[in-house]
Design a binder for this molecule. Structure first.
Ligand SMILES: C[S@@+](CC[C@H](N)C(=O)[O-])C[C@H]1O[C@@H](n2cnc3c(N)ncnc32)[C@H](O)[C@@H]1O
Length: 295
């Protein structure tokens, strides 16, 4: 079992529980590049630790945060000082301080404020309203930034800090179409788009157009790709798989989602990986993935 590198910023749909399974299908050769057009938290690529990577997202706050780490503007030491200071104000003033930071972030877009909000907000979700303002309410934990929690976050920052100094990792704010078009036969693309039909917001506007553009680009790419999507839940099957992805290999795994208010978020879900290269030899696959269904 691979050690999962938990990132400092959380997001909905974070693949920490599935990263090990996803990475069983990846064997990066020397010189090959890892591309994540929808990096979100970045947990899959961070855990893989590729020598060369392009991490992209349409959300500039995620990308700015990681570029600040890369440039040394945010270090674990700087983050510790910041979280200790703002954390003690949160303890003293509770939600009024959370909303003060939220307002400040919406004006200045400061990356440390983004980190604070991400770790103090309700359920650790990232959500922006139609005007592009962060609008997640307070998570109601005034003592959130206790010493041990701050240390945990700073250790997570330190791991990314070290990786950005060791490896050639680029963080770019761009639409997935650009990221995929930049790829070539020496790349592995891991796509984890917003699931069609789920909650949308300012940075997660996922319509049939985006879905079809993604399938079209993946069908044409010369890179190896892995696409995460949902296969089925107790209510229905993902009809997009049969309609557009039937020509690729599909492996599935049962996964339980704890977060969320909607039917798709709350139940056991069969997760799917759609891949355009031969998966592990069936015999080893059988041993390794006996808990999964192969379709
Ligand atoms: C399901 S999350 C990715 C989760 C990630 N794999 C993880 O484990 O944390 C989807 C991400 O896609 C991004 N996104 C949405 N629309 C996009 C677009 N058109 N181009 C690039 N990224 C987009 C969102 O900002 C979000 O971070």
């Amino acid at each position: 079992m691979r050690k999962i590198i938990i990132p400092p910023i959380k997001c909905q749909g974070i693949k920490s529980k599935l990263a090990d399974w996803i990475l069983e299908f990846v064997e990066l050769q020397k010189g090959e590049r890892w591309i994540e057009p929808f990096m979100g938290s970045g947990v899959v690529g961070f855990t893989l630790q590729p020598e060369k990577a392009l991490f992209c997202d349409i959300n500039p706050h995620l990308i700015n945060f990681y570029n600040s780490i890369k440039k040394g503007e945010i270090t674990s030491k700087i983050a510790r000082e910041f979280l200790e200071k703002e954390g003690s104000l949160l303890k003293e003033k509770s939600e009024s301080h959370y909303y003060f930071i939220r307002e400040r972030f919406n004006e200045t877009k400061n990356s440390l404020d983004f980190l604070f909000l991400n770790r103090a907000c309700f359920n650790g979700v990232i959500r922006f309203n139609r005007k592009g303002f962060f609008n997640v309410p307070f998570g109601h934990k005034p003592e959130r930034f206790a010493k041990a929690y701050v240390t945990k976050i700073c250790n997570q920052i330190e791991k990314v800090e070290k990786a950005t100094q060791t490896f050639d990792w680029q963080f770019v704010c761009q639409d997935f179409r650009q990221s995929i078009l930049q790829s070539n036969q020496n790349d592995w693309i891991y796509c984890d788009p917003p699931y069609f039909g789920r909650h949308t917001d300012y940075f997660n506007c996922w319509t049939e157009t985006e879905e079809l553009d993604l399938f079209d680009l993946l069908a044409k790419t010369k890179s190896k790709f892995i696409l995460s999507t949902w296969h089925s839940n107790q209510y229905r099957n993902n009809s997009e798989i049969e309609k557009y992805l039937a020509n690729f290999e599909i492996v599935t795994k049962e996964h339980f989602y704890h977060v969320g208010a909607t039917e798709l978020n709350r139940n056991t879900m069969i997760e799917a990986l759609v891949i355009n290269f031969p998966k592990l030899k069936p015999q080893s696959a059988k041993v390794l993935y006996q808990s999964q269904l192969f379709i």
